[in-house]
Ligand binder design. Structure first.
Ligand code: TXA
Ligand code: MG
Length: 359
């Protein structure tokens, strides 16, 4: 056990003195969790190989799953990437700082521990004052996976981080809940055309618009991959799954919620009748359609379909609460795979272990 020091800082205007303390911990080879605009990350300085190795230990992360390098300025992009293609600069100019990660050929200065031996490096500049200040004060890029135990939902609050990693890491910068609630979008720019490795907070449609070309969306990016190609090694491991059984109910047409909700209710009642503790993760728009649902079934509102942002924001917190509140069977309404919806469905399908019905 180590003592996990917690610094409470303002998300927009963090106390530099506290950031410097956290940066000192990183420079001494410690691990510090910090907020980004997507989820909390668990940081180590990329040049401190032993610290990077410890990230894998404390997260119990499979050793073949590389880490994203977080930078605070474009000079650091040239430091970690061997080649910076025109496409990368175009994306950086529009989306950075922001929730887009690009994969590029790695420079020799990036230790193999960071990329799990791959010749490529994933890089992003986070849009969070605390993250940027921490990288700046550390004087080096920061390798950071999401700050959860491997396989658990990514942490969107300091409490989630402490629950998973308290006593295993040296520090935690706490700036409250994160903005997007799902991880960054990852695009491989070493391929032509570029390939989406993980849908995330930045809609892929926007990326395509800026690039002026289509991005390849492999089946596994939709979370449907049986043949999960090991392109983004992280996508092939079990992830986000609650201990409870999770069922995703998808619709052919989300304009007609009636049919979808009927199916959700049917399963909910059947499982409750079997004596299981059941909850339904629903949406605001569908609430009236649950009138008269058996009282033993708990309804939890994920957010609004008209503002899909709210759903992304609540998603991981809800997945964690299924277990925390002792539910044995959870049913979640599906979403249209547009914009943030693509990332949400990817996480839900994977969390369910592909336990899906379509109506
Ligand atoms: O929003 C985010 O991206 C958060 C915050 C903390 O920045 N980070 C995050 O990291 O989600 P992590 O480690 O949980 O997910 C990183 C994903 C993994 O699926 C990993 O396999 C992939 O990125 N990845 C990292 N480096 C890669 C590389 N060189 N080539 C292909 N995929 C890579
Ligand atoms: Mg992760």
């Amino acid at each position: 056990m180590v003592h996990t020091q917690r610094w409470r800082v303002d998300a927009e205007n963090p106390d530099r003195r506290l950031i410097r303390e956290a940066a000192e911990v990183l420079k001494r080879g410690g691990l510090v969790a910090f907020p980004t605009e997507t989820v909390y990350g668990l940081g180590a300085l990329i040049y401190l190989r032993d610290a990077v190795k410890r990230i894998f230990e404390v997260k119990e992360r499979p050793p073949d799953n590389p880490l994203i390098v977080h930078i605070c300025g474009l000079d650091q992009l040239y430091e970690v990437a061997r080649k910076v293609p025109e496409r990368a600069l175009k994306l950086a100019e529009v989306f950075w700082p922001g929730p887009l990660t690009v994969v590029l050929p790695k420079s020799d200065s990036v230790p193999d521990e960071v990329t799990a031996g791959l010749p490529k490096v994933a890089v992003r500049m986070p849009a969070h004052a605390v993250a940027l200040a921490l990288i700046e004060e550390s004087g080096a890029p920061v390798a950071a996976p999401s700050a959860n135990l491997s396989g658990r939902p990514s942490p969107t609050s300091a409490e989630h981080v402490l629950k998973d990693l308290g006593g295993r890491i040296e520090g935690l910068l706490d700036a409250g809940e994160t903005l997007y609630g799902v991880e960054s979008t990852i695009v491989d720019l070493t391929a032509s055309p570029p390939v989406l490795l993980r849908p995330g907070a930045m809609p892929i449609e926007k990326v395509e618009e800026v690039l002026g070309e289509r991005v390849v969306i492999p089946n596994f990016a939709r979370g449907l991959g049986e043949a999960e190609q090991a392109l983004a090694p992280g996508t092939k491991h079990r992830h986000y799954a609650p201990r409870a059984t999770l069922l995703v109910v998808e619709a052919g047409d989300y304009a007609d919620l009636g049919k979808l909700i009927e199916a959700v209710k049917r399963v909910a009642v059947a499982k409750a009748t079997e004596g299981l503790k059941v909850c339904v993760l629903c949406t605001e728009e569908a609430l009236p359609l649950y009138e008269g649902l058996e009282a033993s079934v708990a309804l939890k509102c994920l957010g609004s379909r008209r503002n899909i942002f709210t759903v992304a924001r609540n998603l991981f917190k809800m997945l964690r609460s299924i277990d925390d509140e002792g539910f044995e069977f959870a049913i979640v309404e599906g979403f249209e795979e547009r914009g943030l919806g693509l990332a949400i469905m990817n996480r839900l399908r994977r969390a369910s272990g592909f336990n899906i019905i379509r109506v």
